[in-house]
Design a protein around this ligand. Sequence first.
Ligand SMILES: [Zn+2]
Length: 205
Amino acid sequence: MDGRTVTLRQMTPAEYRSATEEREARTVRELSELMPRELARERTRQGTARFRGERAECAECGARGCEELFQGLLALDHSRAEPWGPLHGVSVSCFLLQHPGRLPADGGAAARGLLGAYLDGGQPAVERLIGRARAANSHRVKGGAVPGGAAQGPAVRPGREAPRGGFAVTIEQVAQGGTFPAAGFPERVRAWAAATLDVWGPHSG
Ligand SMILES: [Zn+2]
């Protein structure tokens, strides 16, 4: 695998909140075409509240309340405590690949590469990969712009759509009741990564 294709998107809780706000604003705009703006705002608020209350099944990963769980996991990650902090990149890669609508421009190539490295070589392999990516990125910054697209990995699996659902393990199982208990957490993340790559198919390149 080419280390230069790896760019990890590290989302902070604040970024996550703003992404949610953006989605809500989009819903308001769409509903505003059909009804007065104030009513559209009200409906969007109700929709958000209802979704959180009932823990609807996610249309992408299939888990209930995945968004809330992910925010909880990010908070643990950012505490940098063991065992969550060191697995941040792996957790985020699993979550993104199970939500293809949120994948960065590389179509998940970097995330799949990272999960592949983790399953093959564990945390040391992930750290080597991230180290190489950082070195490549800083080199690129010093060397100026790369030709268009050169930094990008292959798009979503060639000739195929990104998978939706069908994952044997989602964030719901990793969360074990919503608190991501430390005991067995690395094993559950490993199962999450394996289930994700199972559905995506082997990483090529
Ligand atoms: Zn989901």
